[in-house]
Design a protein around this ligand. Structure first.
Ligand SMILES: Cc1cc2nc3c(=O)[nH]c(=O)nc-3n(C[C@H](O)[C@H](O)[C@H](O)COP(=O)(O)O)c2cc1C
Length: 356
């Protein structure tokens, strides 16, 4: 805890100003590289009331790193040191690829937001696999979600085969798997959110028996209308999807109160209310039968708490790390425990979906 507080203070007093003068993606790479070199510290034990069990896995706390921050699994131990209960790594593609041309990440400091159109730069699944194996061997305790996406040059008829290859190679190493069909930066990807395509994808990935070695979740877009969302919920119940990650970045601007010339997906504060609305709609429509990972705009304990009360069993964040610093995870956890006690709840699980 002391180590994290020191890193947080240094970030907020010095590094943030320095990094914010650099190109956003370059600053990200520099930070990630630094974190990957940090010796792992054992984080303080989480309060037992923050623990939650999902899919048979114990999560020591419900706060996770969202996908995109550590796409190639290079800094896994650092996420544990910072106090995350889990990290969703990726998006990982089967083969290495560069992604879109640079520049492709922009900050909107006035709104505590980012826009990115990275397009899945990935070192590919063969580079990621040994890093996860090494972390497990070294005794890393953090729970790992692996987020999968297709290569951009894969023809539409082979996209399902890309997900299958990822599942086969990396699936058994994960605590849970996330099928990313909602990034706005890979043309055609969001079409896989339609019920027919989802059924086709799951059949291809899991085979006729529909068996998966690990829980499989689907990550959805905030740009779906309610009908589309409800059809996804019904399909998810029908085919036994283990969870829904809500949500990815949005292509909306005005509706989220943002004007920007940059193309791509918007994340951070402007996404908070939309993410919560989606979480509540999914929880209501599935009658709480499918666990939800709530992600979008979370920067404080209250934000996380309200996502949980809307129906999220776990909560993730990305953009807040950049604006609030690495201490944000500990601050959220401490605040969350306080809110839990104040509301008279004995555990996170007791509060999931009570505002539905
Ligand atoms: C720079 C950047 C890259 C991202 N890359 C991915 C990605 O590769 N896969 C994915 O599923 N989501 C990706 N996301 C979306 C985040 O996982 C998350 O859904 C979104 O940013 C909303 O959370 P936030 O407001 O806490 O950032 C990315 C987000 C950002 C800001």
């Amino acid at each position: 805890m002391r180590a994290v507080s020191a890193i947080d203070a240094a970030y907020r007093q010095f590094f943030k100003q320095f990094l914010f003068r650099l190109d956003a993606e370059y600053a990200h790479r520099l930070t990630l590289r630094t974190l990957s070199l940090m010796p792992p510290f054992t984080p303080p034990r989480d309060l037992p009331e923050l623990a939650i069990k999902l899919w048979g896995t114990d999560f020591h706390n419900p706060i996770g790193l969202a996908a995109g921050m550590d796409k190639d699994a290079i800094a896994i131990r650092a996420w544990e040191t910072l106090g995350f209960g889990f990290a969703e790594l990726g998006t990982i593609t089967p083969r290495p690829q560069e992604g879109n041309e640079i520049p492709r990440v922009w900050r909107i400091p006035a709104r505590h937001a980012l826009i990115n159109r990275l397009g899945f730069p990935s070192e590919g699944m063969e580079a990621v696999a040994p890093r996860i194996e090494r972390m497990r061997k070294a005794g890393g305790k953090i729970r790992i979600g692996l987020n999968f996406g297709p290569n951009s040059n894969t023809p539409p008829e082979d996209v399902a085969a890309d997900y299958s290859a990822l599942m086969k190679r990396l699936g058994p190493m994960a605590d849970f798997i996330v099928i990313n069909v909602s990034s706005p930066n890979t043309p055609g990807l969001r079409n896989w959110q339609s019920p027919e395509k989802m059924i086709e994808l799951f059949a291809a990935m899991l085979g006729d028996a529909g068996e998966s070695p690990r829980p499989v979740l689907v990550k959805i877009s905030p740009d779906l209308d309610r009908n589309e969302l409800f059809r996804i919920c019904e399909t998810a119940l029908e085919i036994g999807v283990d969870g829904i990650v809500a949500c990815n970045t949005t292509i909306a601007r005005e509706a989220r109160g943002v004007t920007s010339p940059h193309p791509g997906g918007l994340s951070g504060r402007p996404l908070l209310i939309r993410a919560r609305e989606l979480i509540r709609d999914i929880h209501t429509h599935t009658r709480g039968k499918i666990p939800i990972i709530g992600v979008g705009g979370v920067a404080t304990a209250e934000d996380a708490w309200l996502h949980i009360r809307a129906g999220a069993s776990l909560v993730e964040l990305y953009t807040a790390l950049i604006y609030e610093g690495p201490g944000v995870v500990e601050r959220i956890k401490t605040g969350l425990a306080g809110l839990l006690h104040k509301g008279g709840f004995r555990s996170i699980g007791d509060a999931v979906g009570i505002d539905r």
